[in-house]
Design a protein around this ligand. Sequence first.
Ligand code: GLN
Length: 314
Amino acid sequence: VTNPSDSGAVDLGAVLETVRSEIRPYFGKGRVASYIPALKRVPGDKFGMAVALTDGREFRVGDAAEAFSIQSISKLFTLMLAMSTIGNEVWRRVGKEPSGTAFNSLVQLEYEKGIPRNPFVNAGALVVLDCVLQRTGERTADVIRDYARVLSRNFSVDYDEAVFASELKTAHRNAAIANLLRSHRTIHHDAEQLLALYCRQCALEMSCLDLARAFLPLAHAGVSPSLQEAILTPRQAKRINALMMTSGVYDSAGSFAFRVGLPAKSGVGGGIVAIVPKHCCIAVWSPELDRSGNSLVGTAALELFVQLTNLSIL
Ligand code: GLN
């Protein structure tokens, strides 16, 4: 386990098995998300991890093939779509700085005149979705789902209707954010329409394997190795990785960089996607969350993974 630039030097199958056995003490320390009622039903002891390498190899362990609610990881799909369709206009409407606040905070948004700090806090994701909606209109939900299907090479990827309905019914805080954005004219569509679409994108169900495959282009200068197609330009891929590094895990960005040292995006379903540029995409899932809403076991698993492989970029 010495030369990280040589992907053949480390037995990643063995690494994943070691990670799985060493993360056991972390179970029971976090809490499964309960503010979205349908997420409460997921057993806290689930654990899966998958790694997709740019050279085409794949490794996985545990519940890596089981679909779960990807929640905020979907913000990567909408950002990729927005950047590849409307380009730089996105950056006139949303910032690039870490927020230091919770993903669903309203305070900063009011102070900063309705311009969200970054595309990964909920306010920023709503603005990004508004940009996508501008381009794809009524087809937006299908466009996002089909994008996830093509990138993951899994055509059974779909929205979980129960999670969608459950979140929409209890999305009071996100409704407030959408209305605040509308009052500042940062979004151009109806707040209610946008909120429903946002809850839908968050209800996408995918497995670790699906996610590791779908976001591999971010580790490969924007090119999908399996599709042999440029999904993003190298510059766009770099920019998304930079935003993941500074804002992908919200107010834990500092401690996550300290422990893991990789660009990453988390979701309250317990998933985390991490990128090792020029090398691989890692997806991990375990539903118990820490106080910032990131998977507690998943973060520990990524920390162990980089220790065992030297694959941290820092
Ligand atoms: N749908 C969730 C919300 O808006 C997503 C949050 C997350 O995964 N961090 O509250």
